[in-house]
Design a protein around this ligand. Sequence first.
Ligand code: FE2
Length: 426
Amino acid sequence: MLDLLVHDATLPDGRTGMSIAVQDGRIAEVTAGLDAPAKDKVDAAGLLVAPHFIDPHFHMDATLSYGLPRVNQSGTLLEGIALWGELKPLLKAEALIERALAYCDWAVAKGLLAIRTHVDTSDPSLLAVDALLEVKKRVAPYLTLQLVAFPQDGVLRSPGGVDNLKRALDKGVDVVGGIPHFERTMADGAASVKLLCELAAERGLPVDMHCDESDDPLSRHIETLAFEAQRLGLQGRVTGSHCTSMHSMDNYYVSKLLPLIAEAGVSVVANPLINITLQGRHDTYPKRRGMTRVPELMSQGVNVAFGHDCVMDPWYGMGSGDMLEVAHMGLHVAQMTSQQGIRQCFDAVTANAARVFGLGGYGLDAGRDASFVLLQARDPVEAIRLRATRLKVWRQGRLLAETPAAMATLQLPGRPGATSWMTAKR
Ligand code: FE2
């Protein structure tokens, strides 16, 4: 007997009337119209079942700290970094762990079951590293957390930066991070990229670097990152995050840069919610959007994913762990309004993010983890439009969260008993 059978599901690729059979935490079979004995049977009623959401870029050590010790007045990245610097000496491990766990609860409710989080390694006590390693352990039964050693104050700019980062890796942090645009000079930034990529190559670790998170059209760290990825044979293991300066770069230079990124097998993560608010703050009008060139990168064959980056912290006061909100903003900022573009935005918070993460067992095929979400939507386009209710969330066959369907009961003259849940009629 099966553990779970979900029937009459629509899949993200458009197949309808599909049954998903689950046994021992894995998908046993995905086939049309299967009926078999199961301990639990769920009628998807034609709605979308998708693999769970993945956030490939987050800062969990800062999450839910909004207002501590004060709010970012200018709304800029640099004031956010300064504000985080004021907060760091006040951090207590238990409070940080509690905030992170609360966020993980929100995430699971939204069907977000894997998060790559950067963790600041600049403080020699490595308090945030220890706290997030503890969180990773505690949430492991229901959420996959991956940690990136992130030298927020600059690995070369801050005293002991390299040593602190190496100690974080020794403790079990999974990925090498960096912030070249925050080093003292462009040359130091390039040196930090080289040093950190060599460290990753030595240790056999992936790289995920904040790269060119500015409006400076001459910031060139993604070029250096692509070069080092190729030189050191790290293809497929390197990610450039944010890359907002690409928005402002000269078109001729970008026409050379994009094929280099593709050739080096470097993934790019854009963070639309955050960079639409942080960037362009020094502009009058017109104001630049400051998101990296998502459709252009995708058309060159670069793997592009969307991250949430921040929720209620020194950089951003909004957010709820909803990757459909991230995809919704991404498609607006990048003007990816075609049907294909909207579906690519859905991929950016699911399949493409899984590639950044290196997440094995992901997807709706036989043999993969039975970790998927039933949405109150008919397809990925509608899921993004509605930021659809996550009706049920399963991880490895286990039901983790349920949210009642959104349904309005209307009292309309001439339309007794009318209801509305805003999905389009077929
Ligand atoms: Fe970030």
